[in-house]
Design a protein around this ligand. Structure first.
Ligand SMILES: [Zn+2]
Length: 248
């Protein structure tokens, strides 16, 4: 059974001049008070907004994500991974498309994923280069689109088997998608809040994390960052595990 092909849709081109977004005022933020404390964050600089209540715990899905990532009966595991990755990619691409107007060469000259963390892009020659976030993310999204359009990588016909390198390919895709999540959380969470999309975005990310853990697609190093350069989203992972949203 190949249901993957049915979901396939062309990548939505991001408009260079998206229409004006309805940005309702965020009354709970208040104008003068400091952001609410998430608690347990030993002091020092204020925590990022995405770790602050109520934003960190806003979600559409209540309870643990384990049930929605489990392999359904009679579904091939490769198919299941492929269709889910395609959905994560599509949804994240749409979120990014909505906030892309605030992610520019000027606002985001590097692909930041935390206060001291900048991801480098590996170019065709295998060299690591620093790209602006919009260039980096465009490269990520274009390369994933190329992969999902490639019948040899993401086959849509039941007769065609998945290539033995498929697991390695999807781990690579997962790492890149994680970096896009990390950048949006780190640099553009206020835009997500202005759109009142934090329950959607958190649910998408929690689903992504739960799925990645279930099928061994995530490298813990990518979540935690190297010492001294912590990926902020690693803290969300910890928090959601404490809350029982993600498996310990
Ligand atoms: Zn940005």
């Amino acid at each position: 059974m190949s249901f993957f092909g049915r979901n396939r849709a062309p990548r939505q081109k991001r408009s260079p001049t998206p229409g004006t977004l309805p940005i309702p005022p965020r009354d709970p933020l208040g104008s003068s008070s400091a952001p609410p404390s998430p608690g347990g964050n030993g002091g020092g600089s204020p925590p990022p907004l995405y770790l602050s209540r109520p934003f960190a715990d806003a979600a559409l899905v209540k309870g643990n994500f384990k049930t929605i990532v489990m392999l359904p009966k009679y579904v091939d595991i490769m198919e299941w991974v492929a269709v889910n990755i395609f959905d994560f990619y599509t949804n994240l691409n749409e979120f990014y498309g909505v906030i892309a107007e605030v992610c520019t060469q000027q606002t985001c000259p590097t692909m930041s994923g935390g206060p001291t963390l900048n991801y480098l892009w590996t170019n065709q020659g295998g060299k690591q280069v620093s790209l602006s976030a919009p260039s980096y993310i465009d490269s990520v999204m274009s390369s994933i689109q190329t992969l999902v359009d490639d019948e040899n990588v993401f086959p849509t016909k039941t007769s065609q088997a998945f290539h033995p390198s498929f697991p390695a390919t999807v781990r690579h895709v997962y790492r890149q998608l994680l970096r896009v999540f990390a950048h949006i959380y780190h640099a553009h969470y206020t835009a997500i809040l202005h759109l009142r999309s934090e329950p959607h975005f958190n649910s998408l990310f929690a689903h992504f994390l739960a799925f990645g853990k279930e099928y061994d697609l995530l490298d813990p190093k990518d979540l935690k960052g190297e010492s001294g350069a912590q990926a902020g989203v690693g803290l969300l992972w910890e928090r959601w595990r404490e809350k029982g949203i993600l498996e310990a």
